[in-house]
Each structure stands twice: as structure tokens, then as C-alpha cells.
Design a protein around this ligand. Structure first.
Ligand code: SUG
Length: 445
């Protein structure tokens, strides 16, 4: 990276309503843990622990606030009336409580899905561009973009440096899951952006996944590349492998991760991986290195279960890179061996840190899902609004805040409890003060 450009990791704080509702078909962990009792306090502390680690490695760490949940305004727009309590209780009686579960998910924690980002050095107007993801495929996630947009427009509000684009219109044609399907690589040849997609969107797919839904369309990926205002010669649009999606690789970042001139991938991440890697070598430069895991070395089912490719790949101040990987990928012999092979293969990746994110992992969200990468120059970092760049004292304040407000456990039927909503609003109200965000929530207006 150049010009003082540094990638800031913006992690989503786990919200007070973190629970396991089995809302994401095609995400095998979400399905498997449906109805399990969750531990919101432990979940939020695990997330903060990871942020602390990243910050201690010398990598800039940012935080993004949870969204308001349950989102009572959604219940109101679905036609429920009366006091908050009456509405929750009436909605709970419909469809076995499904609408309340949809309105209660803390899924905004997975900020890799909040937006797609291009750094100012890659865009034609020299500004950082962010496109808010519409997240239209999963109903609970489709409730996020409105708040995400408000939050990102608050933090990245300086028009001299930042452009925050609206989520894409166009419904089923334009379904978009944000940076989870985007990778920026960089080498002596310059920057290259990969925008992966799982279904075409504009035409029927006969060759798509058979069991699970493909969440990102090619039409959406191409729109995002246009909006980001990057050189079209530097954008590639590989297709996610349909068998990878059917195996549970619902986002590209479940089966691949890249940064700088390195790409780690499973052979079922993309269709025709060899052709893609040859193209990347041409564009990124001769230093480009890919470590491809074959099915024999690491079965895709194990990669989906243990998430080694959902590691964060971080550039360290000393010029080397490190992997922040979930502990699950150390517990699996095949994943651990793959990571050892990565460390021994002569790339700049020299170390691995295993982190316990069990609470998020059980919903299909690993280290890479929990962060949005935003490469910023020193000037741009100085122009961020609000206190979202973390340091030790912010971590301490946030940990105390979590311990004060978060429940230890949430069982499925707790979601009907109106106290949970009130407790969450009290917590979020205090958080906007800690992060100096102003009144970003509907309930504060
Ligand atoms: O969209 N899980 C999220 C996980 C997102 C992971 N993100 C990335 N791969 N970047 C999802 O499927 C589960 C919620 C529940 O079932 O309660 C959920 O939304």
C-alpha cells in the first residue's frame, strides 16, 4: 500500500439481542444452531477481544454500532398496532413468532456485509467510495441498509473525502451482500478488484447452485464496480462456484481471502480458478501468490465448518502479514495443516493468531465477517466523524458497557420479552454517547 494508506478494520459490535433463530438457509451453522440459547454478553466480549488483538498488532481498528433490535418500526410497518408491548405480543402470535425473530436479529454485527468499499487511490475522483449493501436475499438482513446508511453517512460525512452511495434498487435482479464478495489485491502491476457473484440476475441460471440460494448477482456486482468509480480494466467478475455455494459457502469470504498480493482460496470458491489466477498474475504483478486448497487436502465441508478462509489477512507495520483465524480451524487437522502450509510457502504471511469467536461462528460469522475493511490515508482517518477509531481506553469503556447492559443468555422465547427491547435501547443510547455518534437511532428521534 502507498501514500500512508492503511486498512482500517471496522468491526461490528455484537448487539444485545444476539440469538440463534436459524434465519439464513444455505448458511449451515445458522441452520444447525437454530433454537440454541445464545450468550450475548460473551459474544460481544469475544468480538471486543478480537478487536483488541488486531489493535495490539498495530493495525488500525474501528467500531460500528449495533442496530436497534427488535426493530419495532418494522413490526409497525407490517401492520401491528398499539403500544410496544402489545405489538410485540401480537406479532409473537403470528407464524410461530417468526416476524419477531426476523425483527430481532443482531446480524448487523457482520459488517463485511454492510457495504463495498474502494480506496481513494483507486477511484476516478480521488475520494473513498462506499456502496451500502441492500442485503435483500435474507429478510432479517434486508432490515439493515437503512440504519447502515445512516451510520456510515454519520462517520464518513466529510464530502471532500467520502461518498456513501445508496443501496442498489432493483430487488431480485440486484441482490447485494457487500464486501463479503469483494477482494482488493495490490502489487507492482497496481490494484485489482474482484467482484464475485453467485447468480446472473438478468437471465435465468441453469448452471447455478441446486440446493442453496446464491445471494449476490452479477448485475449487482457490475453496478457496484461502476459506482465505486474504479478503472474498469482493473475489475474482474469471477463466479462463485455453484458447488461451493451448495456446500455452504454462501459468501465468497467463506472460501477465499485475499490482501496485498496474496490470495488464499479453496478450489470450490470460484468457477475455473486456474484461469482466474493466471489473469490475476498478469494484473497484480509477478509477486502475486495464490495458495489453493484442493478438495483432497481440505474437503470443502471442513472449510465451511471451520472457516480457515474466513480469517482476517492483515498487513503488519513490519511489512509481513498475519492471519487472524477462528480457533475452529486449529481444531481441524486438515485446516491446521493448510494454514501451516500457507505459513511455510514463502508469502509475506508469517504468523497466525487463533481467536475464539464461538458465539458468532455458530451463526456462520467468523473473523472476516465481523469486519469491514476501509483503506484510508492518514488525512482521511483524521476526517472521520465520531469516536470510532479504537484505543485501549475505548476497549475498556466498551467492555464495561457490555457487562453493564448485556444479558448473559437469550433463549428463543425471550425475544417476546418487551424488557429486552427496553434494555437494548438504554444500552444503545449510552453507546451513542461513548462513540460520540449523535442521535443515529430511530428511537432517539
Ligand atoms: O448472513 N448469519 C449471517 C452470517 C454472515 C456472515 N458474513 C460473511 N460471510 N461475511 C448471514 O447468514 C444468522 C442469523 C440467525 O440465524 O439467527 C445470520 O444472519
Amino acid at each position: 500500500m502507498h501514500d500512508g494508506l492503511q486498512e482500517v478494520q471496522f468491526d461490528g459490535l455484537v448487539g444485545p439481542s444476539h440469538n440463534y433463530a436459524g434465519l439464513s438457509p444455505g448458511n449451515l451453522a445458522s441452520d444447525r444452531h437454530r433454537g440454541v440459547i445464545s450468550q450475548p454478553r460473551a459474544a460481544a466480549l469475544q468480538g471486543l477481544q478480537k478487536m483488541r488483538l488486531v489493535h495490539s498488532l498495530g493495525v488500525p481498528q474501528g467500531v460500528l454500532p449495533p442496530h436497534e433490535r427488535p426493530l419495532l418500526s418494522a413490526l409497525r410497518r407490517w401492520g401491528f398496532r398499539g403500544s410496544d408491548e402489545a405489538m410485540l405480543s401480537e406479532a409473537w402470535g403470528h407464524d410461530g413468532g417468526h416476524l419477531v425473530r426476523v425483527a430481532s436479529s443482531a446480524s448487523a454485527m457482520w459488517t463485511a456485509n454492510s457495504a463495498t468499499v474502494a480506496p481513494s487511490c483507486d477511484t476516478d475522483d480521488g475520494k473513498v467510495h462506499l456502496v451500502v449493501a441492500n442485503l435483500l436475499t435474507m429478510p432479517h438482513r434486508s432490515l439493515e441498509p437503512e440504519s447502515t446508511q445512516r451510520i456510515l453517512r454519520t462517520i464518513f460525512r466529510d464530502p471532500a473525502h467520502f461518498v456513501v452511495h445508496d443501496p442498489l434498487p432493483g430487488g431480485y435482479l440486484m441482490t447485494d451482500e457487500g464486501a463479503a464478495n469483494h477482494t482488493r489485491l495490490f502489487g507492482t502491476g497496481g490494484a485489482v478488484h474482484l467482484f464475485a457473484w453467485g447468480r446472473r440476475g438478468s437471465t435465468a441460471d441453469v448452471d447455478g447452485p441446486r440446493q442453496h440460494v446464491a445471494r449476490q448477482t452479477e448485475a449487482a456486482s457490475r453496478s457496484i464496480a461502476r459506482l465505486l468509480a474504479i478503472d474498469s480494466a482493473r475489475a474482474l467478475f469471477p463466479r462463485q462456484h455453484p458447488s461451493g455455494i451448495d456446500a455452504g459457502g454462501f459468501h465468497t469470504d467463506v472460501l477465499a481471502v485475499g490482501s496485498g498480493s496474496v490470495l488464499l482460496l479453496h478450489e470450490q470458491a470460484f468457477v475455473a480458478p486456474e484461469a482466474l489466477l493466471a489473469e490475476l498474475r498478469k494484473l497484480v504483478g509477478p509477486e502475486f501468490q495464490a495458495i489453493l486448497a484442493r478438495q483432497e487436502e481440505l474437503p470443502v465441508s471442513e472449510a465451511v465448518e471451520c472457516y480457515p478462509f474466513n480469517s482476517q489477512l492483515l498487513q503488519l507495520p513490519d511489512g509481513t502479514m498475519t492471519l487472524v483465524a477462528p480457533t475452529e480451524s486449529r481444531e481441524s487437522a486438515a485446516c491446521r495443516r493448510y494454514i501451516e502450509r500457507v505459513l511455510a510457502s514463502g508469502t509475506p504471511i508469517r504468523s497466525v493468531h487463533y481467536v475464539n469467536l464461538r458465539q458468532s461462528m455458530q451463526n456462520g460469522g467468523g473473523p472476516a465477517c465481523l469486519r469491514l475493511r476501509v483503506p484510508l490515508t492518514a488525512t482521511e482517518r483524521g476526517c472521520l466523524h465520531a469516536r470510532v477509531l479504537a484505543d485501549e481506553s475505548l476497549f475498556e469503556r466498551l467492555e464495561r458497557w457490555v457487562c453493564r447492559h448485556y444479558r448473559e443468555q437469550i433463549a428463543p422465547e425471550d425475544l417476546r420479552d418487551p424488557h429486552l427491547h427496553r434494555e437494548s435501547m438504554t444500552a444503545l443510547d449510552e453507546l451513542t454517547g461513548i462513540l460520540n455518534l449523535g442521535s443515529i437511532y430511530e428511537f432517539q428521534r
